[in-house]
Design a protein around this ligand. Structure first.
Ligand SMILES: Nc1nc2c(ncn2[C@@H]2O[C@H](COP(=O)(O)OP(=O)(O)O)[C@@H](O)[C@H]2O)c(=O)[nH]1
Ligand SMILES: [Mg+2]
Length: 516
Protein backbone atom coordinates (compact mmCIF):
# COMPACT_ATOMS: atom_id res chain seq x y z
CA UNK A 1 0.00 0.00 0.00
CA UNK A 2 2.57 2.43 1.15
CA UNK A 3 4.88 1.50 -1.66
CA UNK A 4 2.15 1.81 -4.24
CA UNK A 5 1.10 5.26 -3.08
CA UNK A 6 4.66 6.44 -2.97
CA UNK A 7 5.32 5.14 -6.44
CA UNK A 8 2.17 6.69 -7.86
CA UNK A 9 3.00 9.96 -6.09
CA UNK A 10 6.24 10.00 -8.06
CA UNK A 11 4.78 8.78 -11.36
CA UNK A 12 1.82 11.17 -11.65
CA UNK A 13 3.85 14.39 -11.99
CA UNK A 14 5.94 12.67 -14.68
CA UNK A 15 2.81 11.71 -16.67
CA UNK A 16 1.40 15.21 -16.25
CA UNK A 17 4.63 16.78 -17.47
CA UNK A 18 4.63 14.42 -20.45
CA UNK A 19 1.09 15.54 -21.35
CA UNK A 20 1.32 19.22 -20.47
CA UNK A 21 4.49 20.04 -22.39
CA UNK A 22 3.15 18.93 -25.78
CA UNK A 23 -0.20 20.65 -25.08
CA UNK A 24 1.60 23.88 -24.18
CA UNK A 25 3.67 23.60 -27.32
CA UNK A 26 0.53 23.03 -29.40
CA UNK A 27 -1.23 25.95 -27.64
CA UNK A 28 1.66 28.20 -28.52
CA UNK A 29 1.54 27.12 -32.15
CA UNK A 30 -2.27 27.46 -32.12
CA UNK A 31 -2.09 30.99 -30.77
CA UNK A 32 0.34 31.91 -33.51
CA UNK A 33 -2.05 30.46 -36.09
CA UNK A 34 -5.08 32.25 -34.50
CA UNK A 35 -3.21 35.54 -34.77
CA UNK A 36 -2.04 34.77 -38.30
CA UNK A 37 -5.51 33.70 -39.56
CA UNK A 38 -7.51 36.36 -37.70
CA UNK A 39 -9.67 33.93 -35.56
CA UNK A 40 -9.66 36.23 -32.47
CA UNK A 41 -13.39 36.76 -32.30
CA UNK A 42 -14.12 33.07 -32.62
CA UNK A 43 -11.71 32.22 -29.79
CA UNK A 44 -13.23 34.80 -27.44
CA UNK A 45 -16.72 33.41 -28.03
CA UNK A 46 -15.60 29.85 -27.39
CA UNK A 47 -13.94 30.96 -24.13
CA UNK A 48 -17.03 32.84 -22.89
CA UNK A 49 -19.30 29.93 -23.82
CA UNK A 50 -17.24 27.34 -22.04
CA UNK A 51 -16.94 29.49 -18.89
CA UNK A 52 -20.71 29.87 -18.77
CA UNK A 53 -21.17 26.14 -19.18
CA UNK A 54 -18.81 25.42 -16.29
CA UNK A 55 -20.51 28.04 -14.08
CA UNK A 56 -23.98 26.64 -14.80
CA UNK A 57 -22.75 23.14 -14.07
CA UNK A 58 -21.27 24.32 -10.79
CA UNK A 59 -24.49 26.05 -9.72
CA UNK A 60 -26.56 23.02 -10.64
CA UNK A 61 -24.35 20.67 -8.64
CA UNK A 62 -24.44 23.01 -5.64
CA UNK A 63 -28.21 23.28 -5.74
CA UNK A 64 -28.65 19.54 -6.00
CA UNK A 65 -26.37 18.98 -3.03
CA UNK A 66 -27.54 21.79 -0.78
CA UNK A 67 -31.28 21.88 -1.28
CA UNK A 68 -32.79 18.48 -1.88
CA UNK A 69 -36.33 18.16 -3.18
CA UNK A 70 -39.02 18.46 -0.57
CA UNK A 71 -40.63 15.06 -0.36
CA UNK A 72 -43.50 13.68 1.58
CA UNK A 73 -41.17 12.60 4.38
CA UNK A 74 -40.45 16.22 5.12
CA UNK A 75 -44.03 16.88 6.05
CA UNK A 76 -44.85 17.03 9.68
CA UNK A 77 -48.05 15.37 10.74
CA UNK A 78 -51.14 14.58 8.79
CA UNK A 79 -51.79 16.79 5.84
CA UNK A 80 -55.51 16.94 5.70
CA UNK A 81 -58.08 19.33 7.04
CA UNK A 82 -60.23 17.94 9.83
CA UNK A 83 -63.92 18.73 9.97
CA UNK A 84 -64.74 21.36 12.58
CA UNK A 85 -65.82 20.00 15.95
CA UNK A 86 -68.53 22.60 16.03
CA UNK A 87 -70.40 21.33 13.02
CA UNK A 88 -73.76 19.67 13.20
CA UNK A 89 -74.70 16.44 11.45
CA UNK A 90 -75.78 18.12 8.20
CA UNK A 91 -72.58 20.16 7.99
CA UNK A 92 -70.56 16.97 8.31
CA UNK A 93 -72.61 15.34 5.62
CA UNK A 94 -71.89 18.24 3.25
CA UNK A 95 -68.23 18.06 4.21
CA UNK A 96 -68.07 14.34 3.40
CA UNK A 97 -69.66 14.56 -0.01
CA UNK A 98 -67.76 17.70 -1.02
CA UNK A 99 -64.48 16.03 -0.15
CA UNK A 100 -65.30 13.27 -2.59
CA UNK A 101 -66.18 15.91 -5.17
CA UNK A 102 -62.92 17.76 -4.61
CA UNK A 103 -61.00 14.52 -5.17
CA UNK A 104 -62.79 14.04 -8.48
CA UNK A 105 -62.01 17.59 -9.56
CA UNK A 106 -58.34 17.18 -8.77
CA UNK A 107 -58.29 13.88 -10.61
CA UNK A 108 -59.61 15.66 -13.70
CA UNK A 109 -57.10 18.49 -13.56
CA UNK A 110 -54.68 19.23 -10.78
CA UNK A 111 -52.80 22.13 -12.32
CA UNK A 112 -52.53 25.23 -10.15
CA UNK A 113 -54.58 27.43 -12.48
CA UNK A 114 -57.39 24.87 -12.37
CA UNK A 115 -57.76 25.40 -8.63
CA UNK A 116 -59.68 28.60 -9.14
CA UNK A 117 -62.43 26.90 -11.10
CA UNK A 118 -62.42 23.99 -8.67
CA UNK A 119 -62.82 26.19 -5.63
CA UNK A 120 -65.60 28.05 -7.39
CA UNK A 121 -67.38 24.83 -8.18
CA UNK A 122 -66.99 23.57 -4.63
CA UNK A 123 -68.15 26.75 -2.95
CA UNK A 124 -71.10 26.86 -5.33
CA UNK A 125 -72.02 23.31 -4.52
CA UNK A 126 -71.83 23.96 -0.77
CA UNK A 127 -74.02 26.99 -1.34
CA UNK A 128 -76.51 24.96 -3.35
CA UNK A 129 -76.77 22.33 -0.62
CA UNK A 130 -77.67 24.96 1.95
CA UNK A 131 -79.78 27.02 -0.40
CA UNK A 132 -82.03 24.15 -1.46
CA UNK A 133 -83.89 24.47 1.80
CA UNK A 134 -84.14 28.26 1.81
CA UNK A 135 -85.37 28.22 -1.75
CA UNK A 136 -88.10 25.77 -0.90
CA UNK A 137 -89.35 28.12 1.77
CA UNK A 138 -89.06 31.58 0.32
CA UNK A 139 -89.78 30.69 -3.27
CA UNK A 140 -86.75 32.67 -4.43
CA UNK A 141 -84.92 30.75 -7.06
CA UNK A 142 -81.22 31.29 -7.69
CA UNK A 143 -80.39 32.42 -4.20
CA UNK A 144 -77.33 30.21 -4.10
CA UNK A 145 -75.00 33.16 -3.76
CA UNK A 146 -76.89 34.79 -1.01
CA UNK A 147 -74.02 36.24 0.92
CA UNK A 148 -72.81 39.79 1.14
CA UNK A 149 -69.53 41.08 -0.16
CA UNK A 150 -68.08 41.50 3.32
CA UNK A 151 -69.00 37.93 4.09
CA UNK A 152 -67.15 36.87 1.01
CA UNK A 153 -64.11 38.86 2.08
CA UNK A 154 -64.25 37.30 5.49
CA UNK A 155 -64.37 33.91 3.85
CA UNK A 156 -61.34 34.70 1.78
CA UNK A 157 -59.50 35.97 4.79
CA UNK A 158 -60.31 32.76 6.62
CA UNK A 159 -59.07 30.52 3.85
CA UNK A 160 -55.87 32.54 3.53
CA UNK A 161 -55.32 32.52 7.27
CA UNK A 162 -55.95 28.83 7.65
CA UNK A 163 -53.90 27.88 4.62
CA UNK A 164 -51.01 30.00 5.82
CA UNK A 165 -51.23 28.35 9.21
CA UNK A 166 -51.27 24.99 7.49
CA UNK A 167 -48.22 25.80 5.40
CA UNK A 168 -46.28 27.06 8.37
CA UNK A 169 -47.00 23.89 10.25
CA UNK A 170 -46.46 21.42 7.50
CA UNK A 171 -44.17 22.75 4.80
CA UNK A 172 -40.45 23.00 5.50
CA UNK A 173 -39.00 26.49 4.89
CA UNK A 174 -42.52 27.85 4.69
CA UNK A 175 -41.54 30.67 7.02
CA UNK A 176 -39.62 32.14 4.10
CA UNK A 177 -42.78 32.50 2.07
CA UNK A 178 -44.17 35.92 1.57
CA UNK A 179 -47.77 35.23 2.25
CA UNK A 180 -48.67 38.90 2.22
CA UNK A 181 -48.96 38.48 -1.52
CA UNK A 182 -51.56 35.83 -0.90
CA UNK A 183 -53.88 38.47 0.36
CA UNK A 184 -53.32 40.87 -2.47
CA UNK A 185 -56.99 40.54 -3.24
CA UNK A 186 -57.55 43.02 -0.45
CA UNK A 187 -56.34 45.78 -2.68
CA UNK A 188 -59.66 45.36 -4.40
CA UNK A 189 -61.70 45.61 -1.30
CA UNK A 190 -63.08 49.04 -2.11
CA UNK A 191 -64.64 47.48 -5.16
CA UNK A 192 -65.94 44.64 -3.08
CA UNK A 193 -67.40 46.99 -0.55
CA UNK A 194 -69.34 48.66 -3.33
CA UNK A 195 -70.52 45.38 -4.79
CA UNK A 196 -73.94 45.10 -3.31
CA UNK A 197 -75.65 43.15 -5.98
CA UNK A 198 -75.49 39.43 -6.10
CA UNK A 199 -74.16 39.41 -9.61
CA UNK A 200 -71.29 41.72 -8.77
CA UNK A 201 -70.35 39.60 -5.83
CA UNK A 202 -70.50 36.56 -8.01
CA UNK A 203 -68.19 38.12 -10.57
CA UNK A 204 -65.74 39.24 -7.94
CA UNK A 205 -65.87 35.88 -6.33
CA UNK A 206 -64.93 34.36 -9.65
CA UNK A 207 -62.00 36.68 -9.89
CA UNK A 208 -60.79 36.43 -6.34
CA UNK A 209 -61.43 33.01 -4.95
CA UNK A 210 -58.60 32.29 -2.56
CA UNK A 211 -57.59 29.31 -4.63
CA UNK A 212 -57.59 31.50 -7.69
CA UNK A 213 -55.32 33.98 -6.02
CA UNK A 214 -52.99 31.24 -4.91
CA UNK A 215 -52.96 29.81 -8.40
CA UNK A 216 -52.18 33.12 -10.03
CA UNK A 217 -49.72 34.43 -7.53
CA UNK A 218 -48.08 31.09 -7.11
CA UNK A 219 -44.93 32.11 -8.94
CA UNK A 220 -44.48 35.22 -6.85
CA UNK A 221 -45.51 33.72 -3.58
CA UNK A 222 -43.88 30.39 -3.54
CA UNK A 223 -41.25 30.80 -6.20
CA UNK A 224 -38.47 28.28 -6.06
CA UNK A 225 -39.86 26.63 -2.98
CA UNK A 226 -42.81 25.08 -4.72
CA UNK A 227 -40.74 24.09 -7.72
CA UNK A 228 -38.74 21.85 -5.48
CA UNK A 229 -41.76 20.24 -3.93
CA UNK A 230 -42.50 16.85 -5.42
CA UNK A 231 -45.60 16.45 -7.58
CA UNK A 232 -47.17 14.17 -5.04
CA UNK A 233 -46.77 16.69 -2.26
CA UNK A 234 -47.99 19.51 -4.48
CA UNK A 235 -51.07 17.47 -5.18
CA UNK A 236 -51.69 17.19 -1.46
CA UNK A 237 -51.17 20.89 -0.93
CA UNK A 238 -53.78 21.54 -3.56
CA UNK A 239 -56.12 19.10 -1.92
CA UNK A 240 -55.71 20.91 1.39
CA UNK A 241 -56.40 24.27 -0.19
CA UNK A 242 -59.65 22.99 -1.66
CA UNK A 243 -60.56 21.45 1.67
CA UNK A 244 -60.07 24.81 3.33
CA UNK A 245 -62.37 26.35 0.76
CA UNK A 246 -65.05 23.73 1.48
CA UNK A 247 -64.63 24.09 5.21
CA UNK A 248 -64.94 27.86 5.14
CA UNK A 249 -67.83 27.69 2.69
CA UNK A 250 -69.68 25.41 5.11
CA UNK A 251 -69.07 27.88 7.91
CA UNK A 252 -70.32 30.68 5.69
CA UNK A 253 -73.48 29.05 4.40
CA UNK A 254 -74.45 27.44 7.68
CA UNK A 255 -74.65 30.98 9.04
CA UNK A 256 -71.53 31.01 11.19
CA UNK A 257 -70.15 34.04 9.42
CA UNK A 258 -72.42 36.93 9.13
CA UNK A 259 -71.10 40.42 9.10
CA UNK A 260 -72.88 43.58 8.22
CA UNK A 261 -71.38 45.94 5.68
CA UNK A 262 -70.45 48.43 8.33
CA UNK A 263 -68.28 45.99 10.18
CA UNK A 264 -65.81 45.66 7.39
CA UNK A 265 -63.07 48.18 6.99
CA UNK A 266 -59.52 48.83 7.95
CA UNK A 267 -60.20 47.94 11.54
CA UNK A 268 -62.00 44.65 11.05
CA UNK A 269 -59.30 42.67 12.79
CA UNK A 270 -59.17 45.08 15.67
CA UNK A 271 -62.91 45.02 16.04
CA UNK A 272 -62.81 41.26 16.05
CA UNK A 273 -60.12 41.28 18.69
CA UNK A 274 -62.16 43.57 20.85
CA UNK A 275 -65.11 41.28 20.37
CA UNK A 276 -62.95 38.39 21.46
CA UNK A 277 -61.93 40.14 24.62
CA UNK A 278 -65.48 40.96 25.52
CA UNK A 279 -66.70 37.45 24.95
CA UNK A 280 -66.15 34.76 27.53
CA UNK A 281 -66.60 31.05 27.38
CA UNK A 282 -69.38 30.15 29.70
CA UNK A 283 -69.20 27.30 32.23
CA UNK A 284 -70.16 23.90 30.90
CA UNK A 285 -73.92 23.73 31.15
CA UNK A 286 -74.97 20.25 32.23
CA UNK A 287 -78.70 19.54 32.28
CA UNK A 288 -80.21 16.93 34.60
CA UNK A 289 -83.20 15.27 33.01
CA UNK A 290 -85.39 12.52 34.44
CA UNK A 291 -88.75 11.56 35.85
CA UNK A 292 -89.89 12.68 39.28
CA UNK A 293 -87.84 10.90 41.98
CA UNK A 294 -85.42 9.41 39.46
CA UNK A 295 -82.75 10.85 41.73
CA UNK A 296 -81.79 14.17 40.16
CA UNK A 297 -81.45 16.08 43.42
CA UNK A 298 -79.66 13.16 45.08
CA UNK A 299 -77.28 13.13 42.14
CA UNK A 300 -76.39 16.80 42.55
CA UNK A 301 -75.44 16.12 46.18
CA UNK A 302 -73.54 12.92 45.49
CA UNK A 303 -71.74 14.23 42.43
CA UNK A 304 -70.63 17.61 43.69
CA UNK A 305 -69.85 15.98 47.00
CA UNK A 306 -67.32 13.80 45.23
CA UNK A 307 -65.82 16.82 43.56
CA UNK A 308 -63.70 19.11 45.68
CA UNK A 309 -65.73 22.06 44.59
CA UNK A 310 -67.62 24.88 46.15
CA UNK A 311 -71.22 24.78 45.14
CA UNK A 312 -73.67 27.61 45.21
CA UNK A 313 -77.24 27.18 44.10
CA UNK A 314 -79.06 29.84 42.10
CA UNK A 315 -82.76 29.26 42.29
CA UNK A 316 -84.36 30.19 39.03
CA UNK A 317 -87.88 30.38 37.67
CA UNK A 318 -89.93 27.37 36.58
CA UNK A 319 -88.57 25.14 39.34
CA UNK A 320 -85.14 25.11 37.77
CA UNK A 321 -82.22 25.17 40.20
CA UNK A 322 -78.75 25.85 38.91
CA UNK A 323 -75.85 24.52 40.96
CA UNK A 324 -72.63 26.33 40.20
CA UNK A 325 -69.49 24.28 40.72
CA UNK A 326 -66.36 26.33 41.24
CA UNK A 327 -62.91 24.86 41.28
CA UNK A 328 -60.16 27.16 42.53
CA UNK A 329 -62.44 30.12 42.19
CA UNK A 330 -63.30 29.36 38.58
CA UNK A 331 -66.92 28.91 37.61
CA UNK A 332 -66.55 25.62 35.81
CA UNK A 333 -69.78 23.68 35.58
CA UNK A 334 -73.42 24.59 35.97
CA UNK A 335 -75.55 21.61 36.93
CA UNK A 336 -79.09 22.45 35.93
CA UNK A 337 -81.61 20.52 38.02
CA UNK A 338 -84.79 20.44 35.94
CA UNK A 339 -88.37 19.61 36.90
CA UNK A 340 -89.31 15.96 36.47
CA UNK A 341 -90.68 14.59 33.22
CA UNK A 342 -94.42 14.19 33.84
CA UNK A 343 -96.02 13.76 30.45
CA UNK A 344 -97.42 17.31 30.60
CA UNK A 345 -96.95 19.18 27.32
CA UNK A 346 -95.91 22.40 28.98
CA UNK A 347 -93.28 20.62 31.03
CA UNK A 348 -92.09 18.86 27.90
CA UNK A 349 -91.66 22.15 26.05
CA UNK A 350 -89.74 23.63 28.97
CA UNK A 351 -87.50 20.58 29.22
CA UNK A 352 -86.77 20.55 25.50
CA UNK A 353 -85.94 24.25 25.58
CA UNK A 354 -83.54 23.68 28.47
CA UNK A 355 -81.94 20.65 26.85
CA UNK A 356 -81.12 22.42 23.62
CA UNK A 357 -79.58 25.21 25.67
CA UNK A 358 -77.20 22.77 27.35
CA UNK A 359 -73.77 21.43 26.50
CA UNK A 360 -74.07 17.95 28.03
CA UNK A 361 -77.14 16.10 29.28
CA UNK A 362 -77.26 13.68 32.21
CA UNK A 363 -80.41 11.65 31.81
CA UNK A 364 -81.35 9.90 35.03
CA UNK A 365 -83.40 6.75 34.67
CA UNK A 366 -84.70 4.66 37.56
CA UNK A 367 -83.54 1.07 37.06
CA UNK A 368 -86.54 -0.55 38.75
CA UNK A 369 -89.24 1.61 37.22
CA UNK A 370 -91.34 -0.03 34.52
CA UNK A 371 -92.76 3.10 32.78
CA UNK A 372 -90.22 4.31 30.21
CA UNK A 373 -92.68 5.86 27.78
CA UNK A 374 -92.38 9.48 28.91
CA UNK A 375 -88.59 9.35 28.75
CA UNK A 376 -88.68 7.81 25.29
CA UNK A 377 -91.15 10.44 24.07
CA UNK A 378 -89.03 13.35 25.27
CA UNK A 379 -85.90 11.80 23.77
CA UNK A 380 -87.76 11.43 20.47
CA UNK A 381 -88.73 15.12 20.55
CA UNK A 382 -85.14 16.01 21.29
CA UNK A 383 -83.76 13.89 18.44
CA UNK A 384 -86.39 15.22 16.03
CA UNK A 385 -85.46 18.79 16.87
CA UNK A 386 -81.98 18.30 15.42
CA UNK A 387 -83.36 16.61 12.32
CA UNK A 388 -85.43 19.64 11.36
CA UNK A 389 -83.87 21.42 8.37
CA UNK A 390 -83.61 24.73 10.21
CA UNK A 391 -81.62 23.09 13.00
CA UNK A 392 -79.38 20.91 10.92
CA UNK A 393 -76.26 22.97 11.64
CA UNK A 394 -76.83 22.78 15.36
CA UNK A 395 -74.64 20.46 17.37
CA UNK A 396 -76.53 18.09 19.60
CA UNK A 397 -75.37 17.96 23.22
CA UNK A 398 -74.07 14.58 24.30
CA UNK A 399 -76.63 12.52 26.24
CA UNK A 400 -75.18 10.43 29.06
CA UNK A 401 -77.77 8.10 30.57
CA UNK A 402 -77.31 7.42 34.28
CA UNK A 403 -79.12 4.22 35.20
CA UNK A 404 -79.84 4.95 38.84
CA UNK A 405 -81.00 2.96 41.87
CA UNK A 406 -79.46 -0.27 40.61
CA UNK A 407 -79.06 -1.23 44.30
CA UNK A 408 -82.83 -1.79 44.35
CA UNK A 409 -82.81 -4.39 41.57
CA UNK A 410 -83.31 -8.07 42.43
CA UNK A 411 -82.06 -9.53 44.70
CA UNK A 412 -82.83 -6.33 46.59
CA UNK A 413 -81.12 -7.27 49.85
CA UNK A 414 -77.86 -7.93 48.08
CA UNK A 415 -75.68 -4.92 47.30
CA UNK A 416 -71.96 -5.56 47.01
CA UNK A 417 -70.45 -3.07 44.61
CA UNK A 418 -68.52 -2.78 42.39
CA UNK A 419 -70.14 -4.59 39.46
CA UNK A 420 -68.32 -5.20 36.24
CA UNK A 421 -70.64 -4.36 33.34
CA UNK A 422 -68.46 -5.98 30.70
CA UNK A 423 -68.51 -9.41 32.40
CA UNK A 424 -70.95 -9.64 35.31
CA UNK A 425 -70.36 -12.76 37.38
CA UNK A 426 -73.15 -13.00 39.98
CA UNK A 427 -76.94 -12.87 39.61
CA UNK A 428 -77.21 -9.21 40.69
CA UNK A 429 -74.51 -8.11 38.29
CA UNK A 430 -76.26 -9.91 35.43
CA UNK A 431 -79.59 -8.27 36.25
CA UNK A 432 -77.96 -4.82 36.39
CA UNK A 433 -76.35 -5.48 33.03
CA UNK A 434 -79.66 -6.61 31.54
CA UNK A 435 -81.35 -3.44 32.86
CA UNK A 436 -78.56 -1.31 31.37
CA UNK A 437 -78.87 -2.97 27.97
CA UNK A 438 -82.66 -2.66 27.99
CA UNK A 439 -82.57 1.06 28.82
CA UNK A 440 -79.81 1.78 26.31
CA UNK A 441 -82.03 0.20 23.69
CA UNK A 442 -85.08 2.19 24.78
CA UNK A 443 -83.56 5.64 25.25
CA UNK A 444 -80.70 5.42 22.73
CA UNK A 445 -78.33 7.78 24.58
CA UNK A 446 -74.73 8.38 23.53
CA UNK A 447 -73.52 6.35 26.50
CA UNK A 448 -74.85 4.76 29.67
CA UNK A 449 -73.43 4.39 33.19
CA UNK A 450 -74.95 2.52 36.13
CA UNK A 451 -75.03 4.39 39.44
CA UNK A 452 -76.61 4.10 42.88
CA UNK A 453 -77.08 6.57 45.69
CA UNK A 454 -78.71 4.55 48.46
CA UNK A 455 -79.41 6.49 51.66
CA UNK A 456 -76.94 5.95 54.50
CA UNK A 457 -74.54 4.23 52.12
CA UNK A 458 -71.72 5.49 49.88
CA UNK A 459 -72.75 6.47 46.37
CA UNK A 460 -71.66 4.11 43.66
CA UNK A 461 -69.74 4.99 40.47
CA UNK A 462 -69.49 8.79 40.82
CA UNK A 463 -65.85 8.65 39.67
CA UNK A 464 -66.88 7.05 36.39
CA UNK A 465 -69.50 9.74 35.89
CA UNK A 466 -66.82 12.36 36.58
CA UNK A 467 -64.47 10.85 34.05
CA UNK A 468 -67.19 10.59 31.49
CA UNK A 469 -68.06 14.25 31.99
CA UNK A 470 -64.44 15.24 31.56
CA UNK A 471 -64.24 13.10 28.45
CA UNK A 472 -67.20 15.04 27.10
CA UNK A 473 -65.79 18.39 28.15
CA UNK A 474 -64.22 19.35 24.85
CA UNK A 475 -67.22 18.18 22.87
CA UNK A 476 -69.46 20.03 25.32
CA UNK A 477 -67.56 23.30 24.82
CA UNK A 478 -67.81 22.81 21.08
CA UNK A 479 -71.55 22.38 21.50
CA UNK A 480 -71.62 25.64 23.43
CA UNK A 481 -69.60 27.44 20.76
CA UNK A 482 -71.85 26.03 18.08
CA UNK A 483 -74.95 27.23 19.90
CA UNK A 484 -73.63 30.68 20.66
CA UNK A 485 -72.13 31.25 17.26
CA UNK A 486 -75.34 30.25 15.54
CA UNK A 487 -77.38 32.45 17.81
CA UNK A 488 -75.31 35.60 17.55
CA UNK A 489 -72.48 35.00 15.12
CA UNK A 490 -69.81 35.46 17.73
CA UNK A 491 -66.09 35.80 17.12
CA UNK A 492 -63.42 33.18 17.40
CA UNK A 493 -63.46 31.65 20.84
CA UNK A 494 -60.89 28.95 20.23
CA UNK A 495 -58.32 30.45 22.56
CA UNK A 496 -60.77 30.59 25.38
CA UNK A 497 -61.94 27.09 24.65
CA UNK A 498 -58.34 25.96 25.12
CA UNK A 499 -58.22 27.77 28.44
CA UNK A 500 -61.31 25.95 29.54
CA UNK A 501 -59.98 22.54 28.52
CA UNK A 502 -56.99 23.10 30.73
CA UNK A 503 -59.26 24.14 33.58
CA UNK A 504 -61.10 20.87 32.99
CA UNK A 505 -57.84 19.12 33.74
CA UNK A 506 -57.57 21.03 37.02
CA UNK A 507 -61.02 19.74 37.89
CA UNK A 508 -60.00 16.21 36.98
CA UNK A 509 -57.10 16.39 39.39
CA UNK A 510 -59.43 17.41 42.17
CA UNK A 511 -61.93 14.73 41.32
CA UNK A 512 -59.43 11.94 41.21
CA UNK A 513 -57.68 13.12 44.36
CA UNK A 514 -60.87 12.73 46.31
CA UNK A 515 -61.89 9.37 44.92
CA UNK A 516 -59.35 7.02 46.48
N1 LIG B 1 -82.06 3.15 47.23
C1 LIG B 1 -81.84 4.21 46.49
N2 LIG B 1 -82.61 5.32 46.66
C2 LIG B 1 -82.39 6.41 45.89
C3 LIG B 1 -81.39 6.40 44.91
N3 LIG B 1 -81.40 7.61 44.30
C4 LIG B 1 -82.36 8.35 44.87
N4 LIG B 1 -82.96 7.64 45.85
C5 LIG B 1 -84.09 8.08 46.66
O1 LIG B 1 -85.16 8.39 45.80
C6 LIG B 1 -85.90 9.51 46.26
C7 LIG B 1 -86.06 10.56 45.18
O2 LIG B 1 -84.80 11.14 44.90
P1 LIG B 1 -84.64 12.63 44.42
O3 LIG B 1 -83.17 12.86 44.29
O4 LIG B 1 -85.39 13.57 45.27
O5 LIG B 1 -85.27 12.56 42.97
P2 LIG B 1 -85.67 13.75 41.98
O6 LIG B 1 -87.13 13.93 42.08
O7 LIG B 1 -85.29 13.23 40.64
O8 LIG B 1 -84.88 14.96 42.35
C8 LIG B 1 -85.17 10.01 47.50
O9 LIG B 1 -85.81 9.54 48.64
C9 LIG B 1 -83.79 9.38 47.37
O10 LIG B 1 -83.20 9.13 48.65
C10 LIG B 1 -80.61 5.20 44.74
O11 LIG B 1 -79.73 5.08 43.88
N5 LIG B 1 -80.88 4.14 45.54
MG1 LIG C 1 -85.55 16.91 42.81
Amino acid sequence: MNLLSRTSAGVIPLILMALVLPVLALAGLGLVSVVENGYWLMLSLVLVGSSLLVLAGYLWVRRQAGEPDVTEDDFKGDIAVAPSGEWGAFDREVWQSLNVRSKDLLAQDDSWPALREHSMALAMEVSARYAAERKGKSGHAGQEWAFTAPEFLLMMEQVSKRYRHFLLNHVPFAEHLKISTLQQGYRHKEKLGAAKKLYDTYRLFRAFTPAGIVAEARGQIFGALFDQVSDEVQHKLKKVLLQEVISVAIDLYSGRYSVTDGELGESTVKQQDEGRLAEEIEPLRVALVGQVSAGKSSFVNAFVGSMVAEVSAIPSTDKIVIHRCHVEGVDLIHLVDLPGIDGNEKTQALLLEQMIQSDVIFWLVKANQPARQQDVMLKQLFDDFYLQPKNRSRKKPRVIMLLNQVDRLQPANEWVPPYDMTQPTDAKGKIIKAALDFNLEQLKPDEGIVIAMPEQQPSYNMAEVGESLLGSFEEGINTQLNRRRLSHGSADLTQQAKRLYSLGKVAAKHWLKDQD
